[in-house]
Design a protein around this ligand. Sequence first.
Ligand SMILES: [Zn+2]
Length: 508
Amino acid sequence: MRPCPLLATMWSIVLTCFLAPAQASELATPLEKNGYTRISSSTEIAGWLRALAARHPDHARVDVLGHSVQGREIAVLHLAAPRMEADKPRLKVMVTASQHGAAEPAGGEALLVVAREILEGNRKDLLEDLELIFVPNANPDGRDLDQRGNANRVNLNVDFVLLTQPENRLLRDALYNFAPDALLDSHESAVLKRQTLAKEGYLTDFDAQFEYSNNPAVPAALREYALQTFLPAINARVTAGGLPAHRYIGEITSLKQPITHGGLTLRNFRNTSGLSGTLAILVETKLDSRDDTWPTWRNMKQRVSRQILCINSFLDLTREQAEEIRAVTTAARQALPREQLTLFAGYERDRDHPTIRIPMRRIDTRELEEIEFRDHRKQVNADTLPIPTMLAVARHADLIQPVLDRHSIRYHQVEEVTRAEVVATRVKVAPDIYTRGKLLAETRKTVTLEPGSLLIDTAQPGGRVAVLLLDPRANSSLFRYPEYTSLVQPEEEFFIYRTFKGATRSQP
Ligand SMILES: [Zn+2]
């Protein structure tokens, strides 16, 4: 029997329509092109983003935030549906990845796929509700130099207090300029820690973990929503997608260490973002041991797919929760200049729950074993105060000014001798971020500010950050870093004062 030509043609049309969008037009990522045999270079990523954006000029554009220490560009992909009249508001969502360079490349590789799925798959409708900014390669030097830090070998994710590195200043600027309602900071965490845990014979074992902005100076409504609503929802969603997810457990480097929820200070990007009123979430996915055998080089294909699931789940959840998130971030931004603020946070042993059992993998047998750790996941906050109207920096302006500049905190320099009613303190602090500082004395008094002193009005976007940076009791304070600790002498009056409304006047 002869095949019917009409039927054959119809079939071919149906097949073409069905297959064309997925095959003929797909823009393969650099990693897909190389068959998962090595990570994409920074040049490849920037080039690919431009190629993708060029195919969708109505929905995508590439901006360059600036350049790394070695001059590599930090490119961002901006995705938004064209604006219409009487448009509904869109939630602004930012995703940053690969801050730890070549050590944690999967998040950046995944963001390319996520962007392509939105523009060329069936997910363009996401842009009806979300405006997106993707930073897939936050540390381009680290990626190309095959290292975790940037070209100065600085761990970028603990540099947001002193902001010494250009990559972080660019990221922080992008945060302030874009002002996202929600942010995902994507990381991977190595199960094999050669220098530490491996020496005790174990690997960590987990698939995905999420954490929120846990610094207690982040407005309470935002912390509450993140912890009570968003974290459980994202963990449930990722788990339902096939990747068991739970709340973040800080790096385990020894079987004898206590278990916590990890970094509490402004020095990481998640807390920096929370302190600007953004719902900021950290994700860490499993970075498999390179000693094992995997279907692709270092199990890169699966590592990227873990990240794709986490990022897509985050985007879907923020879309579903858009109204709640907008309400909570709006309230948080209104609270930033006035809500009282807590300076210190630490972890302590939970009396009601003194131990926790965590599955760990033995290196010799690769068997899972439940190990009992001390449970220090109980967060204790301390040293709460009303936000002052102004901070007065009476001495060392030359040392303080550059830090304020890097944080885009505005101040003005006193031009003539000025009297101010202030709260003066004497404080004792240790050069670390873990020990609670001691307030030795606190008095209200009138001080004389010499010309050149700095006055910082806290009613500005970085006002809350200024208080944290400049009060030594805060574990986000710059005085917790060895190069600044010696400026705080317990027997001397501290040289930065808090002032209140109408408390400064020029000397008559
Ligand atoms: Zn990381």
